[in-house]
Ligand binder design. Structure first.
Ligand code: AMP
Length: 282
């Protein structure tokens, strides 16, 4: 695996591959890698000649300084994992490499997707995501880029950005990879205190129950049931729960035929914020 910290050297290397008609698959990450990330790399390996992974903790997508400062950094272990996954290229730039002038975000219009769910609780988050993903796409110019459905809103926003800016890349969504007990894998899980870690699978168990209830109950009944479930869990604080249209990400009040729905949740386990979601069958 080749490692680049500098975009010029990376571009020169990629140009060689492109001249030889090799296809490039790209997996952007913030590091502290786990099996969830590796599952994206595996998908990229299946469909592309060369896989590039980036590790960059993007300051402009953090709305909370403490979250940025405490974001786990495990680069040596990440490199071992990437080698074991047969990643071809790691791009691990400094902040000044990506933001040579000011560490600020471009302002995007994602046609309302950015105002739902995470957007209501993480001011400026998606402008930060759009800025860094666009910058990385411009440096790497991949044919395909892989994103996890774990961050479903982010996935839809990146698709919208690609469509609106006519970027020549296909964005692929990949399934959520979970721990054996159902907790969605996340770099933040390592920060969970023991007690919170043992109760955290409750989040996915509750989403699975909602999947069942969606057949027979209406949305307001489900919302009420969920709020009551979380009231019984003193170690977990519900930030939001919503059943939303997969396309618009707007909260749904009633089910409509030929729409696809997903349940989305954000929960605080102590100071650690966890998100998850599940597809619902209409
Ligand atoms: P992050 O490093 O957390 O910014 O994540 C980098 C990419 O990995 C994003 O596209 C995430 O959605 C994806 N990802 C993170 N956790 C998981 C998971 N448990 N399953 C699938 N994809 C994931």
């Amino acid at each position: 695996m080749r490692i680049f910290n500098n975009k010029k050297d990376l571009k020169d290397c990629l140009l060689d591959y492109k001249t030889n008609k090799k296809t490039i698959g790209f997996v952007p990450t913030m590091g502290a890698l786990h099996q969830g990330h590796l599952s994206l790399i595996e998908k990229a390996k299946q469909k592309n000649d060369i896989v590039v992974v980036s590790i960059f903790v993007n300051p402009t997508q953090f709305n909370n300084v403490e979250d940025l400062e405490k974001y786990p950094k495990t680069i040596e272990n990440d490199i071992l994992l990437l080698r074991s996954a047969s990643c071809d290229i790691l791009f691990s730039p400094s902040v000044t490499e990506i933001y040579p002038k000011n560490i600020t975000s471009e302002k995007f219009n994602f046609e309302g997707l950015e105002h739902q769910m995470e957007g209501r609780f993480r001011d400026g988050h998606f402008d930060g995501v759009g800025t860094v993903v666009k910058a990385l796409f411009e440096i790497i110019t991949p044919e395909k880029a892989y994103f996890g459905q774990k961050d479903f809103q982010q996935l839809q926003i990146v698709k919208k950005m690609v469509e609106k800016h006519h970027l020549p890349v296909k964005v692929k969504g990949c399934p959520i990879y979970r721990e054996e007990d159902g907790l969605a894998m996340s770099s933040r899980n390592a920060r969970l205190p023991k007690e919170q870690r043992s109760i955290a699978p409750f989040i996915y168990k509750t989403l699975q129950k909602i999947q069942q209830k969606f057949d027979t109950k209406n949305i307001s009944e489900i919302n009420e049931w969920l709020e009551n479930e979380f009231k019984k869990q003193p170690l977990l604080t519900l930030e939001y729960f919503t059943i939303a249209d997969e396309k618009t990400l707007k909260s749904a009040e009633s089910k409509k035929a030929n729409k696809k729905y997903r349940a989305f949740i954000a929960v605080f386990a102590g100071s650690v914020r966890l998100i998850d979601n599940i597809r619902l069958k209409n």
